[in-house]
Design a protein around this ligand. Structure first.
Ligand SMILES: [Zn+2]
Ligand SMILES: [Zn+2]
Length: 463
């Protein structure tokens, strides 16, 4: 290697370094970084915020506290909460009617909250709000964006996301105590964690970018909080996303269970052009709401002697005769039964102060949901239940029924959540009838009682 060569190489490197330095100082690269790569640096604001902290056991395990935000980094996103729904699935843990089981053992296997009794945890699993800060690796949103913090994450690169099942993204199950990172601390320095990497029952949600969906909307926070509530997303997902089953215009839909999830499925069935929407719930007030938001028929499971036959008779339609003009041979037949059944009951977490359903475990309604589907029909189950389901074996093959399970009714968050916002904008999703009341952060705990005792359809907390 000649001296000249090495000198020239050295010169070249030197020139290159100088050139790079010059460009970095100039406007060209700076502009590029601003437009494509720049994000706010990791922040350490030591910001104080109010949060409902659940810890320990018993009725008083959830208290409103001032906590201090910890520095964020990487893919973390801080969202100022505008609205969140008080989800029934969280209610017993928030109100302390159920204590989180210890880690390990049979009870733990049935609980997402196992091992969390001693953790200072912000309950909730989603909401809408404004991005306040982002970690340096965040690309999906920027400070100031309005977002839905989705109960269902979407990484966009795992096997499930790539095959169109973002509802079961690899990150969904990363929700055990060992997976949590502290996002804040209490006055005495106790680390504070966010349930499901989200929280919601606080002025801030600290999450990761995979849980955040940017939305473009000027709609009031309560309306957005309603249509993008975990339960509404699941009901709309089951009926409009097409991920699990496709609702065809003119078809017959039965919705078993009319909490906010089932009522959103009723709305989705109406939006999707179903000709008959049969809503089933023991609570009269909920059946009344179902009629207002799109049900063509409502049934009380406590009053029906045979609810499966009743649904079949309501959905028999023009194909109920074996031959045109001939006599019906009876029995189970094509067209008798709903083309799509959405089950949205879920097990009872407390004895309701309104009409009680026929089976607190909600196993029975799942069995009935399956049997009220038409041959060739689809059943989507969304309710959280525990136990074993027994079904007539002959239906499993020649019954021709397809069962689909999924998180969030198969919602693919980045694709579908903006669509749900448009359903709100166009007036096709009715939020006014769905929100029993909206409460400020400080009144959360009292309002949650109306949720667990099923006196409210939906309560939205604003912060
Ligand atoms: Zn929920
Ligand atoms: Zn994924």
């Amino acid at each position: 290697m000649s001296d000249e060569h090495s000198l020239s190489r050295r010169r070249l490197l030197k020139q290159g370094a100088a050139a790079a330095g010059a460009v970095a100082a100039g406007t060209k690269v700076a502009a590029y970084e601003e437009s494509a790569a720049a994000q706010a640096p990791a922040i350490s604001t030591a910001r104080l915020f109010k949060a409902w902290i659940s810890r320990g056991t018993g009725r008083n395990r959830t208290t409103l506290q001032d906590v201090r935000l910890r520095p964020i980094s990487g893919r973390q996103v801080v969202v100022r909460t505008e609205a969140t729904n008080l989800c029934y699935s969280n209610s017993a843990l928030v109100l302390g009617l159920t204590d989180p089981p210890a880690a390990g053992g049979a009870a733990a296997a049935n609980s997402l909250a196992a091992g969390t009794a001693d953790m200072a945890l912000i309950q909730g699993h989603g909401g809408v709000g404004i991005v306040e800060a982002v970690g340096p690796e965040v690309r999906r949103v920027q400070v100031g964006d309005r977002v839905c913090v989705s109960g269902t994450p979407q990484c966009g690169s795992c096997y499930h996301c790539l095959r169109g099942r973002a509802d079961v993204c690899q990150l969904l199950g990363r929700n055990l105590p060992a997976d949590f990172v502290p996002i804040a601390e209490t006055r005495d320095g106790t680390p504070v964690y966010a349930n499901s990497h989200i929280g919601g029952l606080a002025e801030l949600m600290v999450t990761f970018e995979e849980w955040v969906v940017p939305i473009v909307s000027k709609a009031p926070a309560v309306d957005l909080g309603m249509v993008l509530a975990c339960v509404s997303v699941a009901g709309l997902g089951a009926t409009t996303s097409g991920t699990l089953a496709r609702l065809q215009p003119g078809s017959t839909v039965a919705v078993v269970g009319c909490g906010p999830l089932g009522l959103s499925a009723v709305q989705g069935a109406r939006i999707g052009g179903a000709s008959t929407v049969i809503a089933i719930d023991p609570v009269r007030m909920r059946r009344d709401v179902a009629l207002k938001v799109g049900a063509t028929h409502v049934l009380d499971p406590n009053a029906e002697r045979n609810i499966i036959e009743k649904v079949r008779s309501l959905s028999a339609g023009p194909t109920s005769r074996t031959w045109s003009g001939g006599r019906d041979s009876g029995g189970r037949r094509s067209g008798a039964g709903a083309d799509l059944v959405v089950e949205a009951v879920g097990m009872e977490l407390a004895v309701p102060k309104v009409e009680r359903g026929p089976d607190p475990s909600a196993i029975l309604p799942v069995q009935q949901a399956y049997e009220m589907a038409s041959s060739g029909g689809d059943v989507i189950t969304t309710g959280l239940i525990r136990g074993t389901i027994a079904l007539p074996a002959f239906l499993f093959a020649i019954g021709g029924i397809s069962h689909h399970g999924g998180q969030a009714g198969g919602t693919n968050p980045m694709r579908d959540i903006p669509r749900y916002v448009e359903l709100l904008h166009s007036g096709r999703y009715d939020t006014k009838t769905m929100v029993t009341r909206a409460v400020p952060l400080k009144d959360m705990l009292g309002a949650y009682e109306e949720v667990i005792y099923r006196q409210a359809v939906t309560v939205i907390m604003t912060a």
